[in-house]
Design a protein around this ligand. Structure first.
Ligand code: NAD
Ligand code: LMR
Length: 341
């Protein structure tokens, strides 16, 4: 293609390409994706390979990572991709990583709750976090694996046991709930969803997912019955995808998008960008639940400031009250699991 262009056009085309993938001293970051061969892991790795902040991408899974890494390695962006497969290569995969994104674990099938995944995924997250706590204790950990309401407390306990716990560096990824709220509100109001920003707080399962539509920008109004229906659609959106996939798993592509958005926000904040805010399920004293998702200001050291819930409507306050017992039970379940030898 370039040979058919005149020299000035060739130069302009090359400049445009290098602008897209340009690397400055700030954006030389090493990121790991754990569970990189899966339904989320592969498209998430593709998006991270294209992120200008990433210079090294480490892909870990118990299967197929050499192939995924070889495939992604042919993409014309600077990030160097390395595949690691199996427990013998786990620690090597985490060497020098600054952000570790974890989508490893089984997804739901129709009829299951996220909590039904606990028995399989709890030990997967525990073992990956044990390795990360040893090899890259300062890395930001972004946990996608369900049930997030329990896997984040498990990760925290593992870091405490290793003596390297920093609550500002452990995040439950709830970004897909915000992405969905923005998409659904944009659709209902005929607004470009990229212009919509609706916080979603609480946790990441059913009634613990609490869209704060009263704080949406631009401001939107719905009659009470529509507000209830929209809230329930956001709460049940994961199940909507599980049903539509009819046994072939849960959301993967939208989750990869959301996971990449969250990881890139962490990297942008790490690079000193001001005002980077994402909702995330973190250690929290905003409510009586020790973990709770709220908008978080991100910074060089991870969670810089928890921005809290803000003013909620009566409807939203009621949703928080209803969510707390389930959140507390899921957190206890995770902590009890992590306490077992
Ligand atoms: P998947 O089965 O397609 O992929 C999971 C991958 O994890 C597989 O490649 C598997 O080999 C790998 N894996 C299993 N055990 C591992 C281990 N010990 N170490 C490393 N890798 C291991 O599943 P998926 O659709 O990608 O979903 C993954 C998880 O993400 C599920 O728990 C799902 O519920 C969750 N999820 C969370 C959100 C969210 O919003 N947080 C959204 C969608 C899915
Ligand atoms: C989602 O919200 O899509 C994920 O948590 C996956 C699921 O099981 O619904």
């Amino acid at each position: 293609m370039f040979s058919r262009l005149a020299r000035p056009q060739q130069a302009a085309a090359l400049k445009a390409i290098s602008r897209n993938f340009s690397v400055s001293s700030q954006n030389q970051h090493k990121v790991a994706v754990m569970g990189a061969s899966g339904g989320i892991g592969q498209p998430l790795s593709l998006l991270m390979k294209q992120a200008p902040q990433v210079s090294q991408l480490s892909l870990y899974d118990i299967v197929h990572t050499p192939g995924v890494a070889a495939d992604l390695g042919h993409i014309e962006s600077p990030a160097k991709v390395t595949g690691y497969v199996g427990p013998d290569q786990l620690k090597a995969s985490l060497e020098g990583c600054e952000v570790v994104v974890i989508p490893a674990g089984v997804p739901r099938k129709p009829g299951m709750t996220r909590d039904d995944l606990f028995n399989t995924n709890a030990s997967i997250v525990r073992d990956l976090c044990r390795a990360a706590a040893e090899v890259c204790p300062k890395a930001f950990i972004a946990i996608i694996s369900n049930p997030v309401n329990s896997t984040v407390p498990i990760a925290s306990e593992v870091y405490k046991q290793a003596g390297v716990y920093d609550p500002s560096r452990i995040f439950g990824v709830t970004t897909l709930d915000i992405v969905r709220a923005n998409a659904f509100i944009g659709e209902l109001k005929g607004v470009d969803p990229r212009e919509v920003n609706c916080p979603v707080i609480g946790g990441h399962a059913g009634i613990t997912i609490i869209p704060v539509i009263s704080q949406c920008t631009p401001a939107v109004q719905f009659p009470a019955d529509q507000l209830k229906a929209l809230t329930e659609r956001i709460q049940d959106a994961g199940t909507e995808v599980v049903k539509a996939k009819a046994g072939a798993g849960s959301a993967t592509l939208s989750m990869a998008y959301a996971g990449a958005r969250f990881a890139v926000s962490l990297l942008r904040a790490m690079d000193g960008e001001q005002g980077v805010v994402e909702c995330s399920y973190v250690r929290s004293d905003v409510t009586e639940s020790p973990y709770f998702s709220t908008p978080c200001l991100l910074g060089k050291n991870g969670l810089e400031k928890n921005l809290g819930m803000g003013t909620l409507s009566e409807f939203e306050s009621d949703l928080v009250k209803k969510a707390l017992p389930e959140l507390l039970a899921s957190i206890k379940k995770g902590e009890d699991f992590a306490a077992k030898k």
